[in-house]
Write a protein that binds this ligand. Structure first.
Ligand SMILES: Cc1cc2nc3c(=O)[nH]c(=O)nc-3n(C[C@H](O)[C@H](O)[C@H](O)COP(=O)(O)OP(=O)(O)OC[C@H]3O[C@@H](n4cnc5c(N)ncnc54)[C@H](O)[C@@H]3O)c2cc1C
Ligand code: FES
Length: 1268
C-alpha cells in the first residue's frame, strides 16, 4: 500500500499535509497513516505547497521561524501544517484552538512555547508581544543579498510588526494489493459479501500501524469512506445516531451541538464522550479515525467504548442479508465469538441514547501524559437510581487497559443492585471489583498494583460524582473531581540587553540561520538527499538475546527474496571488526539485545527489512546475564576502575555529628528521542578506496576514524560530511561512528551507495541512551541542618561495552567513564560539605551501551544530592530550601577537587529566584490549599545549580576554523562544530559579522566536514560556541589585521573595495583560525585539578498540583534564573534553556524505559515511550537571563546547552513536596511518573491493594524490571 510518506521525511509527528474534500473543510493528517488511494477526490497540500523559499513563504512559516519556534527543524513542517489547516478553517482562531491544533505534534528541541507563541500571533487578540512597536527585526539573513540589514536589528526576541498579514483567500491495482472504492452502499455490501476478509479502510489508524509494524497483509482493501450513508447525524427523541464514517473530530463537533441543544440530564453520555475526545490521541489522529472504526477495532485501551457501553450505546450493522443491532454493553466489546460481526457485515452507525433524569454516566482515564497517550486504565460507568432515591436501580462499570479487551465488572454491578449509594456500598464495590477483574502478576504492561489501585480510585471518583449523594460533597473532596486544565503560558519578558548597540549582531536575538527552510520543509537532512544511481537500502539484523553464543546463521531464505543484494556479517569487515573494544558486527557471541549481527542490503527498504526478518540465527545462552545494577554489583561486573574525590576526614567527621542518615536513590535512564533517527548515506568511490559519508553526527572525526579502521584504509580516504541533523542531545556523539562503520562495510562489500536510515524502534533499541544510576549515601549533619560529612557512592548502568566517546592514540575516553567522572566532579552541586567523599563506578551489564546525553550524568547525580539534602531537612524538621541555603557555597572557594571558583552569581540567582517567584508566599498558599483539599496536593521546590562546561582534557577543547573572503565580498566560514539544532552556525555568523564588521547577509556557513577541518573535536559539553567561536574570531581578527592598512588608507571605502584592493596587493583572503582549548586538567590520582574553564549558575523553582487518586500532576508555574553572563543570542539561549527544561521534565517525571528481565527493551516507539508534549509546559513560565562576567569565554558569554536539563528536577522535588503533604510512603526515585506518585500516596485504596494476597514471586516472571 503506497503511503504518502514514502518520499517524504519520516518523523514521529509525521509529515503533515492538509486535505480538503470537495465542499469539506481542511484538516491535518498523519501522512504515514494515509494510503494514497484513499485520497481520491481530496485536495492535498503538503508543507512545500504552503510556501517555499523559491516562491513565497506563508505567514505561518514566517512566524514560526521568526518567533524562534524551530531549532533542529525536523518537527517544523508538522507544526506548520497544523496551524495552517486551523487557519484555513478558522482564520482568527482563539489561543485554545491553537493549543488544541498543535496537540499531538512532538518537538524535542524547543520546549513548545515559541511554537505556541507563533500560532497565537494569528489570534485576534495576540497574547504574544508585550513591547509592541519598538525596534525592528533582524530577519532574512538567508536571502543571500548583500544589502546592509543592520537597521533591521531589534532588542526583543522578535517583532510582530514585521509579520506578513494572513491572506485567508490564499489556496492552494498495485503489484500485490487491490484497492476498491465502492460508489454506493449496495456496491459496498456486495463487495463485503464477495471479499469477506477484506478490511474496510476508514481512518486507517488501526489498520495502518498493524500493516506497518505487525506485518499484517491484506490483498484487498475496501474504502467506503466517501459514502454518504456512513456520514450523517440523526437525532430522535431517544438519542443520536452517528454515521460510522464520521471522524472522531466530526463526532466531537456533533456531540458539542447536541450537548448545547439538549437538557443536561439527557446528555450524560455525550458529555462523558466529549471529555475523552479532547485528549484521545492527537488532533491528526482524531481527524482520521472514524467512530465505526474505533468501535470495531476493539482497542483494549479504547477511551470511548467503555463510555458507549455504560451509556447503553449500540451499533447498527448492515449486510446484504439485512440490518441488525448489537448492544455495546453486551459481550460484543469483550470480543466473544458469538457476538462478533459476521464477515459480510459492516457497521453503518453508532447509536448513543439519551440519559434520563436519575441516570448518571461518567468517563475516567489516567495516562502517562495528558494528551496523546493510551490510557493506563480508563473506565466508563453509569448508575441509574430508583426515582428520587439513593437506591441503585442499574449499575454498569466497564474498564479499559486491564485486560485484552474492554472488561465489564458485571458481577459486581449485579450484586450492588438495590443497595444504597453509601460508603459501605463503595467499600464492597471496591473489594468485589478487585475480585472480578484480575490482572495477573506478569501482565503485559506491568504496573499491576498501580492498575489495580486505579480501578478502585476511579470507582471512588465515580462514587463522589453522584450529585444525589453529594449535594454537599465535603469541600475537601471537591477538587478530586476536577480535571487538570490544558493551558499554555504566555510569553515571558524580553531578555535583550538594552545597552547592546543596534548595529552589533552579537547580543541580539538573531533568527536561526535555517529557520525559514525548516518551516518550508526545504532544509535538507540526510534522508532527504536524492537517490543515487545503484543505491541500496540497509536494514539491520539485531540480536534477540542479551548474552549468548551464536551457534549458526542461516541467510539463505533472506538472500532468495526479491530485491535482496547481499547479507553482510562480521566476515565481510576488511579491517578491524573489534576496534578499541567496539564491535561493529557481532561475531561468535552477542552481548546485548539489539547488537548488530548483520545487515541486509536490498533495492528498497521494504525488501531489506523483510529479508532481515528471514535471517535465522540460533543462539545458546551464556551465563551470567546481567541486566540491572544490582545484578552487576552481585557479580562484581564493572567496566572501569572507580573514580573518587575526597576532602576533609569523612570517618572522623561522622563521629561528631548529630544524626546520620543513609539512603538509596534510583534514577532510571532516558532515550534521546531526537526527531531525526540515525541516518547515514555511504558513497564508495571508484578510486583509491575513498568513501564519502553524509550523516547526522556530533563528531565527524570519530566516524572517520571508525570507518577507516573497519575498512583498513588511512583516514585521508574517508570524508564525513554533516550539514545538519534533526536533534542529537549527545546521542550522536559516539553511536554514529559504529553505525557509520556498519554502513561503510556494506558499501564496501556491495560496491554500491548505501542508505542506512534507522527506524525509530531500531534506533531506540540499538543506540541506547542516558545511564541509569543508583546512588547510595551516608550523611552526617547537625540538628540545625548543617551537613558536616557525606559519603556518596554512585553506580551507573554502562551497558555491555564502554563505548568510546573520544579518542586519539594517547588516550581513550569512554562515555561511561566520562559520565562517572562528571557525576563525581559535579556531584557536590552548589553545596559545600567540608568532609566529602564521592565515588563512582560504571557497571558492565548485558544492555546496549549507554552513551552521552545532555548533562552527562549531572542530571542523574544531582537527584541524589537534592534527595539527601531533602532527607536532612526532613530529619531536622526544617524546610528543604533553608537547609539548601545553609549548606550552599557562599564566598570564593575551592571545589572538593580544589578548583577555585566564585559562587556569587549562584547566590544572586538563588535570591532572585526566591524573591521574584514569590516562593515563600507560594508555599503559604500551597499549605492553605493542601489544608482545604484532601485528594489534590500542591508542592513547591527550589533547586540551585553549579554546572561546569567543557572537558577536563585540554586538547579536547581545541578547534580550527577556516574563513575565506571571496572577491565579491562574500565570506565563507567553516569550522569543526556541528549544527545540531542549537544555532551554532547562526552564532558563528554573528561572531564573524561582529569581527569583520560586515552584515550577516555577507556570511555563509555550508557544512562541517573532515575534508575542510581535520581532527575536529566533538560538539558537545556546551562548548560549541565557546571553542568554535574563538577559532572563528581568531581567523577573522587575522583577516582584519591584514586588511587594516587598506582600510586605514581608504576609510570611506566599502567592504567590497577593500577586498578588491587586498587581492590587488596579493594579500591572502583565506585564514585558518585556531583555538588551543581551555587549559583544563584533572589528576585522578590526587583527586585534584582545574577541571573546568568556568561554571554556569542558576536557580529554578516550580509549583505542581498532584492528583493523589490517580498520580497525575499539573505543572502550575516555573521560574528559572540562569546565569548567562552575556548572551550572544538571547533567543537561541532561551530556546536552549526552555528546550532543556522540558526535556528535563520528561526525564524526571514522564519518560520511562521498560526492560524485560531478559534485557529486551519494550519501549521502542512513541506509543510506549512518552516525551513531553505541549500540555506538559507550565501554565506560568518565566525564564530570566542573569548577567555576570565571564572573561574566559568569547564575548564574556557562557555555554548554556546542557545545564537547563537540571531545572526539570525542580518539578520532581515539587512533586515530592506535594506528595509529602499527603499520607505517604516516601522513597525518592526518578522519574516521578504517575505510578510512583500514586503508589506513594497511601490511602484506603492502596491499603486495600496491598492486602490482596500476592502471587509467590518465584512462580512468575514480572513483565518489566528496573535497571538502575
Ligand atoms: C497514534 C495513535 C494514538 C491513539 N490514541 C488513542 C487514544 O488515546 N485512545 C483511544 O481510545 N484510541 C486511540 N487510538 C486508536 C484509535 O482510536 C483507533 O485506531 C481508531 O479509532 C480506529 O478507527 P479507524 O477509522 O482508523 O479504523 P481503521 O484502521 O480504518 O479500521 C480498523 C478496523 O476496523 C474495521 N472497520 C472500520 N470501520 C468499519 C465499519 N464501519 N464496519 C466494519 N468494520 C470496520 C476495519 O476493517 C479494520 O479491521 C490511537 C491510534 C493511533 C494511531
Ligand atoms: S525543532 Fe522541534 S524537534 Fe527539533
Amino acid at each position: 500500500m503506497a503511503n504518502l510518506v514514502q518520499d517524504s521525511r519520516k518523523h514521529v509527528a509525521c509529515y503533515k499535509y492538509a486535505i480538503q474534500y470537495p465542499l469539506g473543510c481542511h484538516y491535518p493528517a498523519t501522512a504515514c497513516l494515509v494510503p494514497i488511494c484513499s485520497l481520491y477526490g481530496a485536495a492535498v497540500t503538503t508543507v512545500e505547497g504552503v510556501g517555499s523559499i523559491k516562491t513565497r513563504i506563508h505567514p505561518v512559516q514566517e512566524r514560526l521561524a521568526k518567533c524562534h519556534g524551530t531549532q533542529c527543524g525536523f518537527c517544523s513542517p508538522g507544526m506548520v501544517m497544523s496551524i495552517y489547516t486551523l487557519l484555513r478553517n478558522h482564520p482568527e482562531p482563539t489561543p485554545e484552538q491553537i493549543t488544541k491544533a498543535l496537540g499531538g505534534n512532538l518537538c524535542r528541541c524547543t520546549g513548545y512555547r515559541p511554537i505556541v507563541e507563533s500560532g497565537k500571533t494569528f489570534c485576534v487578540e495576540s497574547t504574544v508581544c508585550e513591547l509592541k512597536g519598538s525596534g525592528k527585526c533582524c530577519m532574512d539573513q538567508e536571502d543571500g543579498s548583500l544589502v546592509n540589514r543592520w537597521e533591521k536589528m531589534c532588542t526583543k526576541l522578535y517583532d510582530e510588526d514585521e509579520f506578513q498579514p494572513l491572506d485567508p483567500s490564499q489556496s492552494k491495482q498495485g503489484e500485490r494489493i487491490t484497492w476498491i472504492t465502492p460508489a454506493t452502499l449496495n456496491d459496498l455490501l456486495e463487495l463485503k459479501a464477495n471479499f469477506p476478509k477484506a478490511p474496510l479502510i476508514m481512518g486507517n489508524t488501526e489498520l495502518g500501524p498493524s500493516i506497518k509494524f505487525k506485518n499484517e497483509f491484506h490483498p484487498v482493501f475496501i474504502s467506503p469512506l466517501g459514502l454518504p450513508e456512513l456520514h450523517f447525524v440523526n437525532t430522535t427523541d431517544d438519542g443520536v445516531t452517528i454515521g460510522a464514517g464520521y471522524s472522531l473530530a466530526q463526532l466531537n463537533d456533533a456531540l458539542h451541538c447536541i450537548v448545547s441543544e439538549q437538557p443536561k440530564e439527557k446528555t450524560e453520555t455525550h458529555r462523558a464522550l466529549l471529555k475523552h475526545l479532547r485528549t484521545l490521541a492527537g488532533a491528526q489522529i482524531r481527524n482520521m479515525a472514524t467512530s465505526g472504526g474505533h468501535v470495531v477495532s476493539w482497542p483494549n485501551f479504547s477511551d470511548l467504548n467503555p463510555i458507549l457501553a455504560a451509556g447503553n450505546g449500540t451499533i447498527n450493522l448492515i449486510s446484504k442479508e439485512g440490518q441488525r443491532q448489537i448492544p455495546l454493553n453486551g459481550p460484543f466489546l469483550e470480543r466473544s465469538p458469538e457476538a462478533d460481526l459476521k464477515s459480510e457485515e459492516i457497521v453503518s452507525s453508532v447509536y448513543i441514547p439519551y440519559s434520563t433524569q436519575w441516570h448518571f454516566v461518567f468517563g475516567l482515564r489516567m495516562a502517562q501524559r495528558q494528551e496523546n497517550a493510551f490510557a493506563i486504565v480508563n473506565a466508563g460507568m453509569s448508575v441509574k437510581f430508583e426515582d428520587d432515591t439513593n437506591t441503585i436501580k442499574e449499575l454498569q462499570m466497564f474498564y479499559g487497559s486491564v485486560g485484552p479487551t474492554t472488561v465489564s465488572a458485571s458481577q459486581t454491578c449485579k450484586q450492588l443492585i438495590g443497595r444504597q449509594w453509601d460508603d459501605q456500598m463503595l467499600s464492597d464495590a471496591c473489594r468485589w471489583v478487585l475480585d472480578e477483574i484480575y490482572i495477573p502478576p506478569a501482565a503485559e504492561g506491568g504496573m499491576v498494583e498501580y492498575r489495580q489501585t486505579l480501578i478502585i480510585s476511579l470507582l471512588f471518583k465515580f462514587y463522589l460524582k453522584d450529585p444525589q449523594k453529594f449535594p454537599n460533597i465535603p469541600e475537601k473532596f471537591v477538587s478530586a473531581l476536577e480535571d487538570f486544565p490544558i493551558e499554555t503560558p504566555p510569553r515571558n519578558s524580553d531578555c535583550v540587553d538594552p545597552h547592546q548597540p543596534l548595529q552589533d549582531p552579537v547580543g541580539h536575538p538573531v533568527m536561526h540561520q535555517s529557520a525559514i527552510k525548516h518551516t518550508t520543509g526545504e532544509a535538507v537532512y540526510t534522508d532527504d538527499m536524492p537517490c543515487i544511481d545503484q543505491e541500496l537500502f540497509l536494514a539491520p539484523i539485531t540480536s534477540t538475546r542479551a548474552h549468548a553464543k551464536i551457534i549458526s546463521t542461516d541467510i539463505s531464505e533472506a538472500l532468495a527474496l526479491p530485491g535482496v543484494v547481499d547479507v553482510i556479517t562480521a566476515e565481510d569487515v576488511p579491517g578491524d571488526n573489534n576496534y578499541q573494544g567496539e564491535i561493529f558486527y557481532a561475531q561468535n557471541e552477542v552481548i546485548c539485545v539489539g547488537q548488530v549481527v548483520g545487515t541486509v542490503a536490498a533495492d528498497t527498504y521494504a525488501h531489506a527489512r523483510e529479508a532481515a526478518k528471514k535471517v535465522k540465527i540460533t543462539y545458546e545462552d551464556i551465563e551470567p546475564r546481567i541486566i540491572t545494577i544490582e545484578q552487576a554489583l552481585e557479580h562484581n561486573s564493572f567496566l572501569f576502575d572507580e573514580k573518587k574525590i575526597e576532602q576533609g576526614n569523612v570517618e572522623q567527621a561522622f563521629k561528631y555529628v548529630d544524626p546520620i542518615i543513609e539512603g538509596e536513590v534510583h534514577v532510571e535512564g532516558q532515550e534521546h528521542f531526537y526527531m531525526e533517527t540515525s541516518s547515514i548515506l555511504a558513497l564508495p568511490k571508484e578510486e583509491d578506496k575513498e568513501m564519502v559519508l553524509h550523516l547526522g553526527t556530533q563528531y565527524p572525526t570519530h566516524v572517520q576514524e571508525y570507518v577507516a579502521a573497519a575498512l583498513n584504509v588511512p583516514r585521508n580516504r574517508i570524508a564525513c560530511r554533516m550539514k545538519r541533523t534533526g536533534g542529537a542531545f549527545g546521542g550522536k556523539v559516539a553511536k554514529p561512528a559504529v553505525l557509520g562503520a556498519v554502513s561503510a562495510v556494506a558499501a564496501n562489500k556491495t560496491g554500491r551507495p548505501i542508505r542506512f536510515i534507522l527506524e525509530r524502534g531500531d534506533d531506540m533499541l540499538i543506540t541506547a541512551g542516558r545511564h541509569p544510576l543508583l546512588g547510595k549515601y551516608k550523611i552526617g549533619f547537625m540538628n540545625n541542618g548543617v551537613i558536616k560529612a557525606a559519603d556518596v557512592e554512585y553506580y551507573v548502568n554502562g551497558g555491555s561495552v564502554g563505548i568510546i566517546l573520544y579518542l586519539c592514540e594517547i588516550s581513550l575516553c569512554f562515555a561511561s567513564t566520562q559520565v562517572v567522572e562528571f557525576i563525581v566532579l559535579k556531584s557536590e552541586n552548589a553545596y559545600y560539605i567540608p568532609n566529602f567523599r564521592c565515588r563512582g563506578r560504571a557497571c558492565k551489564t548485558n544492555l546496549p551501551s549507554n552513551t552521552a546525553f545532555r548533562g552527562f550524568g549531572f542530571p542523574q547525580g544531582t537527584v541524589v544530592v537534592e534527595a539527601y539534602i531533602t532527607a536532612v531537612a526532613s530529619q531536622c524538621n526544617l524546610p528543604p530550601e533553608e537547609v539548601k541555603e545553609i549548606n550552599m557555597y557562599k564566598r570564593i572557594s575551592k571545589t572538593a577537587f580544589k578548583q577555585t571558583f566564585n559562587p556569587e552569581p549562584s547566590r544572586r540567582c538563588w535570591k532572585e529566584c526566591l524573591e521574584k517567584s514569590s516562593f515563600y508566599a507560594g508555599k503559604l498558599a500551597a499549605e492553605e490549599f493542601n489544608k482545604k483539599n484532601y485528594w489534590k496536593k500542591r508542592g513547591l521546590a527550589i533547586v540551585p545549580m553549579k554546572f561546569s562546561i567543557g572537558i577536563p582534557t585540554a586538547y579536547y577543547n581545541q578547534v580550527a576554523a577556516l574563513v575565506h573572503i571571496y572577491l565579491d565580498g562574500s565570506v565563507l566560514v567553516i569550522h569543526g562544530g556541528c549544527e545540531l539544532r542549537q544555532g551554532l552556525y547562526t552564532k558563528m555568523i554573528q561572531v564573524a559579522s561582529h569581527e569583520l564588521n560586515i552584515p550577516q547577509s555577507h556570511i555563509h556557513l555550508s557544512e562541517t566536514s573532515t575534508v575542510t577541518v581535520p581532527n575536529g573535536v566533538l560538539t558537545s559539553e556546551s562548548m560549541g560556541t565557546d571553542i568554535n567561536g574563538k577559532a572563528v574570531q581568531n581567523a577573522c581578527q587575522t583577516l582584519m589585521a591584514r586588511l587594516h592598512p587598506i582600510i586605514r588608507k581608504n576609510r570611506k571605502g566599502k567592504w567590497e573595495d577593500w577586498i578588491a584592493k587586498a587581492f590587488e596587493e596579493s594579500i591572502s583572503l583565506s585564514v585558518t583560525g585556531y583555538f588551543r582549548g581551555y587549559q583544563t586538567n584533572m589528576d585522578w590520582e590526587k583527586g585534584e585539578g582545574n577541571a573546568y574553564p568556568y561554571y554556569v549558575y542558576g536557580a529554578a523553582c516550580s509549583e505542581v498540583e498532584v492528583d493523589c487518586l490517580t498520580g497525575a500532576h499539573e505543572l502550575l508555574r516555573t521560574d528559572i534564573f540562569m546565569d548567562a553572563a552575556f548572551s550572544i543570542n538571547p533567543a537561541l539561549d532561551i530556546g536552549q534553556i526552555e528546550g532543556a527544561f522540558i526535556q528535563g521534565i520528561g526525564f524526571y517525571t514522564i519518560e520511562e524505559l521498560k526492560y524485560s528481565p531478559e534485557g529486551v527493551l519494550y519501549s521502542r516507539s512513541p506509543d510506549d515511550y512518552k516525551i513531553p508534549t505541549i500540555t506538559e509546559i507550565p501554565e506560568e513560565f518565566y525564564v530570566t537571563l542573569v548577567r555576570s562576567q565571564n572573561p574566559v569565554a568569547i564575548y564574556s558569554s557562557k555555554g548554556l546547552g546542557e545545564a537547563g536539563m537540571f531545572w526539570g528536577s525542580s518539578v520532581l522535588f515539587a512533586i515530592y513536596d506535594a506528595v509529602a503533604a499527603a499520607p505517604k510512603t516516601f522513597v525518592l526515585s526518578s522519574p516521578a511518573a504517575p505510578e510512583m506518585i500514586r503508589m506513594t500516596c497511601v490511602d484506603q485504596f492502596t491499603d486495600m491493594i496491598r492486602e490482596i494476597p500476592r502471587d509467590d514471586p518465584s512462580t512468575f516472571t514480572p513483565w518489566s524490571i528496573r535497571v538502575s
